[in-house]
Each structure stands twice: as structure tokens, then as C-alpha cells.
Design a protein around this ligand. Structure first.
Ligand SMILES: [Zn+2]
Length: 322
């Protein structure tokens, strides 16, 4: 990374995370007349200290930050953006959509009393309320302020530091993941598109289908050096993609086998979790299992029966009750 970093004028800033991944890589790009930041980490007083320390070390006046770019709307990437914007007065730019997780606090509150799919996962009432309250509390501390956001929807290239990058968009991990590609060097700032274990956390209808499409698109892309938001950079990108696709297929196969018996989303989540194949985070883990199940319904492998307050899934042969 050091050599490429020097060539591109980019410094990696690694921040701690209190999540199932314990670190995130943010980046600072040095330009002729200022600096660009890619991703901010979540907000904690310690994280802000880390940013200030990095600014001191690199002799950056916070007001010389030209822009803060966010790869996507997951809290580990944008949580500190509001506070960092106050410090630098720089524009914060990202892809934007309705129901953006930047506003997760608001729609989490709605889930508690509205007709949201989350209410159909078969989660015991107290556990559901606990899971949502916990997320609200986490979000209030991890993203205490919401930045003013500039949309970069139609932009095809971007100057980061002193180099031009193509802006590429992928969905699956989230609806609109921004990646930055340097065509001559074939260097790819990938955000979370190829992080393992990757998780799907999306507000679109078919995240898993989109995710498999993304893997296919990336297989075709000439990438010499991939720099992810979590973990170390790597070169053998096609092999990594193959491993990720295989892991997903194994999860789906395990679920299909399990669903000879009727199951709720919550039961399927507990089943996958018991073999370490679901996220430990209940809220995001449930959402991911729900996407798997819906994917299998669309593939014609399962059927879903909706009662007044729950979804039940089962394979097409099944009639056996649990
Ligand atoms: Zn992430």
C-alpha cells in the first residue's frame, strides 16, 4: 500500500469500530490546493481525536479539506461526517436515496409502530423492541449529527487528491455503493463491495440478486490492486470474488435444506447463527436472512405464507408443521 499510496498521494487512516468488523480504513488524498477525505468512521470522541491528530501530523489545516466523500450510507462509513463537516466546513458528498440509512434513527422509530416488514419476522415482541431501541441508542451516539449532503449522482469522474478516478456504482451491500477506479494503474478503492464476511443491508427489493450481479461485473473489471474499507489491500481479485460467491451459495443451500420445515425469519436466523453463518448483530442479521429467504422465494425454491403478523417460509414440498 505504501508505494501505491505515495504514487497516488493517499494516506490511509484506520479507525477503530465497536462492530463485528473492528476497523475501518478511511483515506486522505493530497491535492494541489487541499485535501479530500474518503469515509469518516463512526463518531466517538476518540475518533475525532484521531482525525485531529492525523491533521496535525500531516500539517493539514482542517479548512483545507476540499470535500468529504462517503462510499455509502452505513454508519461505520458516515457516522463522524456531521462532526467532521463542522470541523472542516467541507461539503459532504455521496449517493443519496430515500430511506437512506443516514436517517436510520428516524425510520427505526417508525418500525416500532408501523407496518414495516421487520414486524413480520416472527421476533418476540420484547426482543424486537429491544433490538430497535439498541440500534437507536447506538446511532444516536455513533452519528450524533447529520451532515448537509451534496448528491453526486450524475458525476462520472472525480478528482481525489491530484488524480482522476472513475466513479463506479454497485448495489447489493447497499443500494448505491460508490467505488473509485484509477484506470491507468487499475487501482480500485472498493468500499465494502468485496469485504468478507460481507453483509447485505439494503433498502432495495432484491439485494441478493443485485449482489450476485455486482460480483459478476467485478469479475470482468481489470483490477490490479483492490483497496477495501475493511482489511488489507489485495491483488488476486477474481479468486476473492469466487470465494465470496461460494460462501453465499453455501448459506443459501443450508437455508434451503432447513426449510423442509416451516420457519419464520427469526427461526431461520437462529438456525444459520448456530453454525456461525449469520451476523451476530440481531437487527442486521435478521434483515440479511430475510433477503436470503425472499431470494429463494423468487428463485422458486420456497413459498412464503403471510399471516396477519408473520411471514412463514417453507419449501414447495413441505406441509410438515414445526
Ligand atoms: Zn463498512
Amino acid at each position: 500500500m505504501k508505494k501505491i499510496g505515495q504514487r497516488l498521494g493517499v494516506t490511509k487512516v484506520t479507525m477503530d469500530l465497536p462492530l463485528w468488523v473492528d476497523k475501518i480504513n478511511c483515506f486522505l488524498f493530497r491535492g494541489e490546493d487541499g485535501w479530500d477525505i474518503l469515509d469518516t468512521g463512526i463518531y466517538t470522541p476518540g475518533a475525532m481525536e484521531t482525525w485531529k491528530e492525523v491533521f496535525r501530523k500531516l500539517r493539514i489545516n482542517p479548512l483545507d479539506v476540499r470535500q468529504i466523500i462517503l462510499t455509502h450510507d452505513h454508519v461505520d462509513h458516515f457516522g463522524a461526517a456531521g462532526e467532521l463537516q463542522k470541523l472542516t466546513r467541507a461539503p459532504v458528498k455521496m449517493m443519496f436515496q430515500e430511506n437512506s440509512l443516514v436517517f436510520l434513527k428516524d425510520w427505526l422509530k417508525e418500525i416500532l409502530d408501523e407496518d414495516n416488514v421487520f414486524n413480520y419476522f416472527g421476533l418476540p415482541k420484547e426482543l424486537k423492541e429491544k433490538a430497535i431501541r439498541e440500534k437507536i441508542t447506538q446511532f444516536e451516539s455513533w452519528a450524533p449529527s447529520t451532515p448537509d449532503i451534496e448528491e453526486i449522482r450524475d458525476q462520472e469522474t472525480i478528482l481525489l487528491g491530484r488524480e482522476h478516478y472513475q466513479i463506479l456504482k454497485f448495489s447489493g451491500h447497499c443500494p448505491n455503493q460508490l467505488c473509485f477506479y484509477h484506470p491507468e494503474l487499475e487501482v480500485f478503492f472498493a468500499g465494502d463491495v468485496l469485504v468478507t464476511p460481507n453483509h447485505l443491508n439494503s433498502t432495495t427489493q432484491e439485494p441478493l440478486t443485485e449482489y450476485f450481479n455486482t460480483l459478476e461485473l467485478l469479475q470482468k473489471k481489470k483490477i490490479d490492486y483492490l483497496i477495501p474499507s475493511h482489511g488489507k489491500p489485495f491483488t488476486r481479485v477474481r479468486i476473492r470474488i469466487g470465494l465470496i460467491a461460494e460462501y453465499r451459495k453455501q448459506q443459501l443451500a443450508a437455508l434451503k435444506e432447513y426449510l423442509a420445515k416451516e420457519s419464520t425469519v427469526y427461526q431461520a436466523y437462529l438456525f444459520l447463527g448456530s453454525s456461525g453463518r449469520a451476523l451476530s448483530d440481531l437487527f442486521f442479521g435478521l434483515a440479511e436472512v430475510y433477503y436470503f429467504l425472499e431470494y429463494l422465494v423468487r428463485q422458486g425454491d420456497l413459498k412464503r405464507v403471510t399471516t396477519k403478523d408473520c411471514f412463514y417460509y417453507q419449501d414447495l414440498k413441505g406441509g410438515e408443521q414445526k
